[in-house]
Design a protein around this ligand. Structure first.
Ligand code: NAD
Length: 471
């Protein structure tokens, strides 16, 4: 199998060329890596029909068999980490080590999800009747994934959907469809035809999926703005929806931290994957007693970090993933310049080719500035000085987003008590971004609706059914 050419969709267990095609660029040099298939509306209909035809058989397949197949999926991913990570770096831009972490992590998440179970509750077991509540699959899932972690976020949907007995039609982002398409090809002979369909296409394909009458549930990861459109579109047939959306996570730093220890950790909390993580630390509220030394330590550390082409040895941060996001990041930098914010580092776009933005750190911009209020989703971080931790908590919570947050202190108990005040779905103490296939991941407020991962995430792929038998 050639991992860098001949990209096809997976529809009904077969490789299918697109009705047309579209180019996929390498963000490190803006050259075309490959043409991806452009799914027509008729081809989407075929994929949905294949998923619907496969549903009765898959639903009737014992969960232990579905579990075993998920483990085989993980095995195939592990066996092809090398070519998959190379392809992921080419299309996404992230360094090889990060691409390997994502592909390997995907295998581990598939295995972890495979250990989950669907609970059954006995409501009554008396001489008159037996009543149980169980969870049954919903039907055909339409899944839509973004470009920042294209592989693992696709499997956050594929694994629970299949384990619960649903069939699925998945659409990767048009910016990063290639690795997902190749994984579809890798798995083609493993699953019954139609159980897992992967289609790729341009801007029209997402709305076709969310409004398709043959799709029963939409699982979406992407921006809050698009999430609203998805919900609106899904409402016509009351499709179930799970929305994992944007965030503006705050990190709160107490005055008792060990500055040299936490500086690199805080740096990576913000800049891992070039800041393109929904749960990246996007605002850093630092107590005034430690602000100056910590600011210096973060900037000193940032100067040692190598930004470059992800295929080159030693690169720690790659390019911004696509032209639109690059323009958005530059626009935020321009806004800070226009408003006279103080830059500690960065602030100038590199000469092309490639969507490179240097690590950019701002010194205490105003709370109402765009860089503090908006989700930057790129390599710019505002450091913010606070007089008290109460002030930090109030500012952290004064956001429409509620995805994650972190508290940093030498005293974990004290930090935990502060963390419990955060209005977010995920709270980390002295770390960020730790996720597990066994732990629920959800966004509060406009960061999402519903849950991914853990038993609660699995249940999102089921309908509740209560069965009562009169004796
Ligand atoms: P996006 O919303 O632009 O696109 C996400 C996906 O939706 C893509 O596949 C896109 O093609 C598709 N899409 C676009 N318009 C659509 C429409 N009208 N109907 C249906 N589908 C449509 O997001 P992005 O730029 O790819 O990703 C970045 C965003 O995703 C950030 O806001 C980030 O915080 C968020 N994100 C959230 C999580 C989470 O788990 N909460 C994880 C990763 C990323």
């Amino acid at each position: 199998m050639n991992f860098e050419a001949d990209f096809t969709m997976t529809i009904g267990g077969k490789g299918v060329a697109g009705a047309g095609s579209f180019p996929v660029l390498n963000p490190a040099n803006e050259t075309v890596i490959a043409q991806a298939p452009d799914c027509s509306r008729e081809q989407l209909d075929e994929a949905v029909a294949a998923a619907r035809a496969a549903f009765p058989g898959w639903r009737a397949t014992p969960i232990e068999t579905r579990r075993a197949l998920l483990n085989e999926i993980a095995g195939r991913i592990f066996a092809h980490i090398e070519p998959l990570r190379r392809l992921l770096t080419l299309e996404q831009g992230k360094p090889y080590a990060d691409a390997e972490f994502e592909v390997g992590g995907t295998g581990m998440f598939v295995q972890g999800t495979a250990t989950l179970n669907l609970p059954e509750i006995v409501n009554e077991d008396s001489a008159e009747r037996k009543s149980i509540t169980r969870h049954v699959p919903i039907g055909v899932v339409g899944a839509i994934s973004p470009w920042n972690f294209p592989v693992i976020l696709a499997f956050f949907k594929i694994s629970p959907a299949l384990l619960a007995g649903n069939t699925i039609v998945l659409k990767p982002s048009p910016f990063t469809p290639l690795t997902t398409l190749k994984i579809g090809e890798l798995l083609r002979d493993l699953l019954p035809p139609g159980v897992l369909n992967i289609v790729s296409g341009g801007d029209a394909l997402g709305p076709w999926i969310t409004s398709h009458p043959g799709i029963d549930k939409v699982a979406f990861t992407g921006s809050t703005q698009t999430g609203r459109r998805v919900m609106e579109s899904a409402s016509s047939s009351l499709k179930r929806v799970t929305l994992e959306l944007g965030g503006n996570d705050a990190a709160i730093v107490l005055p008792d931290v060990d500055v040299n220890k936490v500086a690199p950790e805080l740096f990576w909390a913000a800049f891992r994957n070039n800041g393109q993580i929904c749960i990246a630390s996007k605002r850093m509220y630092i107590h005034k007693d430690v602000y100056e030394p910590l600011k210096d330590a973060i900037v000193d550390y940032a100067r040692t970090v190598k930004v470059g082409d992800g295929t080159e040895q030693g690169t720690q941060i790659g390019p911004v993933q696509n032209k639109q996001q690059y323009a958005r990041v530059l626009d935020l930098i321009a806004d800070s310049k226009k408003n006279g914010h103080s830059f500690l580092l960065g602030g100038e776009a590199s000469e092309g080719p490639g969507y490179f933005v240097p690590v950019t750190i701002l010194d205490n911009p105003p709370e109402d500035s765009r860089i503090v209020r908006e989700e930057q989703f790129g390599p710019i971080l505002p450091l913010l000085k606070v007089d008290s931790i109460e002030e930090a908590v109030a500012k952290a919570n004064a956001s429409d987003y509620g995805l994650g947050g972190s508290v940093w202190s030498s005293d974990a108990e004290k930090a935990l008590a502060i963390g419990e005040l955060l209005e977010t779905g995920n709270v980390w103490i002295n770390e960020t971004q730790h996720l597990s296939p066994l732990a629920a991941f959800a966004g509060h407020k406009q960061s999402g609706l519903g849950v991914e991962n853990g038993e609660a995430g699995l249940l999102e792929y089921t309908n509740v059914q209560t069965i009562t038998v009169k004796r």
